[in-house]
Ligand binder design. Structure first.
Ligand code: FES
Length: 102
């Protein structure tokens, strides 16, 4: 098991919103989908652009550059041109703090 890093209070990321953090030189996007938190690498698996600059709707994130779509809960590709899934991170919530496993 990796190391968990505290990133934010749950209140800082309301439902349907996301926030990006730099954790040990990795950009990690944390999304609140229906009250649960999910974390993916903030790097589109197509050409590496920031997904934070894209759009989150429900559990689908759309890259703002060539519109690949991913499932935020699994990293799975839902629409091209991306072919590879996003890297995902485990998230834990404890006492209103969000922790991400690196
Ligand atoms: S960089 Fe995201 S779809 Fe091309």
């Amino acid at each position: 098991m990796g190391r968990f890093v505290k990133v934010a209070k749950t209140s800082e990321i309301p439902e349907g919103r996301s926030k990006v953090f730099t954790l040990e030189e990795k950009r990690v996007l944390v999304v609140n989908f229906q009250g649960s938190f999910y974390a993916v690498e903030d790097r589109c698996s197509h050409l590496g652009y920031s997904l934070y600059l894209g759009n989150v709707e429900g559990k689908v994130i759309t890259c703002g550059f060539h519109y690949a779509k991913f499932d935020i809960t699994t990293g799975e590709v839902l629409a091209p041109p991306a072919e590879k899934p996003l890297k995902t991170f485990q998230v834990a919530v404890k006492n209103s703090d969000i922790w991400v496993e690196l």
